[in-house]
Design a protein around this ligand. Structure first.
Ligand code: NAD
Length: 357
């Protein structure tokens, strides 16, 4: 395992780093802004796997012709209830944003929308899309499949056959931040294993198997040949949900499901989203009051004890508050890779270092 130290960078400075590198790559100002907001928000919320550490992978995709900058989603079909969109391998952080805006507009008009979005370059932290819908007061459900080098073994299997297929659900509340359910269907997101590898730390029991199918805690099992596989979370239950992602996001959107080795290096995502207006359903008042009653009930501790139950989205909020105050830790290996990506696009190392000084 490698070992590394950390540096701490403020969120505004980190956004400027993203902007500087992607302006040099050719992204327009709007796209750079959406990308910087998304990546740095992932870091702020503690999901470093989907933060600025992704920059080197995105630059590699760009150079391989597998990421198309400044692309808008194309509407392939509009049934009224459902929009089928093609992302044209555009930057996922702007394509998915535009797709959600179309879904939000349709939900305002008709009360609900299905967005079948195919063929996007990596769309990042899926909770970001649930948050975009929740800001409008809309409930949303998102199933995503990942078309990339297989890294996850199905329950009952030893070989990697699929990727980390995430699911997200956004649940707006009355006058407080929404509940955001957002996780990979693998025991750990692949990027978190990369972060552990770069930091030189072990991963928890039950996360990985080696190339022979034996349990291991060493993240090198995913990065140094012969490689092993990540296991689904919750045994058969995580696997079943991962299967649903392949069916809904991979097959039903008209995108690709996994069916063998993948030739492209880029991470391609397809997303199947359902967006619903509680107001249009006529349940807005009861939805909000039932939800608040449930939250009060579920968080009520045993007599004399302190509350211990968190809601989905709470850990991210706590981390964000800390990191806004104290800065975002970036491990030295990841920072070196980010600098190298910028330099490969003609940005001066001194310019990037100055941004975080
Ligand atoms: P995770 O295991 O950290 O789980 C996060 C979810 O669990 C959040 O909803 C969080 O609020 C909730 N949670 C955590 N602790 C809790 C507690 N004590 N009580 C209540 N709720 C709690 O997430 P992950 O599986 O590592 O995924 C990380 C990120 O990676 C996600 O944002 C996901 O969308 C993203 N991802 C993206 C892709 C892609 O291809 N684009 C693939 C996989 C994962």
């Amino acid at each position: 395992m490698k070992s590394a130290q950390e540096i701490t960078i403020g969120s505004d400075a980190l956004k400027q780093v993203v902007n500087t590198i992607f302006r040099a790559a050719g992204s327009n100002e709007r796209e750079c802004g959406l990308l910087a907001d998304h990546l740095v928000e992932a870091n702020l919320k503690g999901h470093d796997s989907h933060g600025v550490g992704m920059i080197p992978a995105y630059v590699t995709s760009l150079k391989a012709g597998e990421l198309m900058l400044n692309t808008a989603p194309t509407v392939l079909r509009d049934t009224g209830g459902a929009l089928v969109l093609d992302g044209g391998l555009g930057l996922g952080q702007s394509i998915a944003y535009d797709a959600m805006e179309l879904g939000i507009q349709r939900t305002r008009e008709t009360g609900s929308a299905i967005i079948a979005l195919r063929n996007c370059h990596h769309i990042g932290r899926i909770g970001h899309w649930a948050e975009q819908c929740a800001r409008q007061g809309f409930v949303s459900v998102h199933f995503v499949n990942v078309v990339s080098e297989p890294v996850v073994a199905p329950f009952g299997g030893k070989l990697p056959k699929l990727v980390t297929n995430p699911v997200a659900i956004g649940i707006p509340r009355a006058e407080v931040e929404p509940v955001i359910v957002d996780f990979a269907t693998s025991k750990l997101a692949h990027g978190k294993i990369r972060v552990a590898y770069n930091k030189g730390v072990s991963v928890p029991d039950g996360t990985l198997i080696d190339s022979e199918g034996r349990p291991t805690n060493d993240p090198a099992a995913m990065f140094e040949p012969p490689t092993g596989a990540i296991l689904p979370f919750g045994e058969h239950k995580g696997w079943a949900l991962a299967f649903a992602c392949e069916a809904l996001a991979g097959a039903l959107t008209g995108g690709l499901a996994m069916k063998g080795p993948v030739t492209q290096k880029a991470i391609v995502n397809n997303m199947f989203s359902i967006i619903i207006s509680p107001e249009a359903m006529g349940t807005q008042a009861s939805y909000l009051s039932e939800l608040e009653d449930f939250v009060r009930w579920v968080q009520l501790p045993a007599k004399g004890e302190v509350p211990t139950v968190l809601l989905p989205g709470d850990p991210e909020r706590t981390t964000k508050a800390k990191r806004l105050a104290k800065g975002i830790p970036v491990d030295a290996n990841s920072w070196a890779h980010i600098i190298a990506s910028g330099v490969s696009l003609g940005v001066l190392e001194a310019e990037l270092s100055a941004l975080i000084a």
